[in-house]
Design a protein around this ligand. Sequence first.
Ligand code: PMP
Length: 412
Amino acid sequence: MSALTATPINVEQIRAQFPVLHQLVNGKPLVYFDNAATNQKPKRVIDALAHYYEHDNANIHRGIHTLAERATKAYEATRLAMQAFINAKHTEEIIFTRGVTESINLVAASYGKAFLNEGDEVIISGLEHHSNIVPWQLICEERKAVIKVIPVTDAGELDMDAYRKVLSSKTKVVAVNHASNSLGTINPVKEIIKLAHQSGAVVLIDGAQASAHLHIDVQELDCDFYCISSHKMYGPTGTGILYGKKALLEKMPPYMGGGEMIKDVTFAKTTYNDLPYKFEAGTPNIADVIALSEAVAFINELGKDTIAAYEQELLVYASEKLAGIKGVRLIGTAKEKVSVQSFVIDGIHHFDIGQMLDARGIAVRTGHHCTQPLMDRFGIEGTVRASFSIYNTKAEIDQLAEGVERIVNFMK
Ligand code: PMP
């Protein structure tokens, strides 16, 4: 982290921007450590939603009246903001979806339908969220293609030698996450993409856990598809983007049919709209897309280096504290991680730990985190996961550690 040009942050000033943080839960000040599931929203995002509905609400693209023009302009402004956020070459490479799950389903269904054939292989990894497993199972079953899985090491890193071995001329798609939601592992995606391209495969990156923490430059990565969720980057739920290289998106058939994705419809034949609208059927989530611009501005104003450096400080602090508690076993000890720490306490069920922490106002995630195969890999049913954001503090981590220690002592 020493290479980061981080400026010191004023956490209190940041916390003041998040109304939800200032409440008591079960009589205790809320400590929100479930940021990998969804992070909280700054006031400017919430205000943008209200502003849209109070002043500009109209359906976009089709109307010529003033409100429709205002709404369309604001909606398209977010497309430009997201283009800049990930450094995409063309604006039409940014497609609005409901989030990462829909983005992956879109690619699997559309690209898969056009380009996957019997015996072809799709490589995913043992670190994947169900959202980057099931869509590939669905299309592979339909196209009689085969899924191969990159194994995970004991530290929670991808076994890159195994990846090199499994790649072949049969590989048509490689789909992996940029960072793991369960373990926090940051994957060497640039290397994964380079190797996949040498085998002639296209690469989809699930960026759900990266967008709030890591620099994303899709041109530098040279990925073919990149998926982002608004709700994991301080934006509203129910929206996100799919980035795709223009040349590929142009060759792919539509995912859904309906309004906006057409140029011309007769009962005999429909011609499809140009990118990105070809993939945006129906009235989209206009308000939330518009408010996403404010989330992007929030991140940009703080700076990714500053965010990453502070979150790393929290991660290291939390991992050391938790590891120091007798009976706690950390799950996920990769060298490169985003601010996620999973752990188990042998003999105490993770749900019980979660419930007892909640009684102390501390929100953590418990369970398999939609990564059941990964839990199987570690021979566990689930973990307790604490994930940290820019508004969290070391004092809150002290509370977590104290809570965990008390639970261990209480259950002994
Ligand atoms: N992939 C990963 C790594 C995730 O963490 C999540 C959300 N938990 C998803 C995919 C699904 O994203 P969304 O909620 O946008 O559908």
